[in-house]
Design a protein around this ligand. Sequence first.
Ligand code: HPA
Length: 266
Amino acid sequence: MDKTIKFLNEKTNNFKPEIGIILGSGLGELADEHCEYAVPYNDIPNFVKSTVKGHKGRLVFADMQGKKVVMMQGRNHFYEGHSMQEITYPVKVMKALGVKTLILTNAAGAVNESYRPSDLMLITDHINFTGSNPLIGPNDETLGERFPDMSEVYKKSLIELAEKCAEKLGIDVQKGIYWANSGPSYETPAEINMIRKLGGDAVGMSTVPEAIVANYCGMNILGISCITNAASSSSGEKLSHEEVIEAANNAKSKFKSLILEVLSNL
Ligand code: HPA
């Protein structure tokens, strides 16, 4: 960690972010538009390389709405073959840089039948169905407890703030529970039925490992899913990564304005 932080401090002239944002599939444009320093993951000591199309793979530092922000433009996923510990290392790096509030974003499939593609969903809670946990292994007591409480991972006050911001901007938002699978295969219709019965509103392949680690190290978390598709196909229609990226593209202008409004009110 010392090596990573020293490297980033050198590259960014000691930029000290207070807010972190992890940008999901198709939502990375915010980091193109607000960029003072950009550091590719491939250059950062101890970071793993990003391999997914639509994910750029760099840390971007910028002043936004008067706040010092670090953004992950693209993230690493468990399904790429990285360990849970590797994919959540950047959250620990953000913590070490001084980040107190983390905004997690993703593209997700709708399980709740009232959701439509390009809807935004504020995450109220999650269900970890990845079959793993990033905190498995020896615990670093300087970061957090062995058995962290998970009763309010997504901070109520931040959800309320995001709702108010959305209302001010005239953006309709959903609120719901994010279900995380490991991927990379999308879900079968039977799996979607199960997720719906067990309380999931949206399903995706990210975010939850990062939320577990950020909560563990005491960060305030806001989670926003961009609904990109009706999860699986009881209708028989096939789902593709291109469709997911296209829907995220359609939602990106309201997504960006919501994030900027939230930042100015934090
Ligand atoms: N399932 C899982 N992950 C996803 C989906 C989906 O339908 N859409 C975007 N990410």
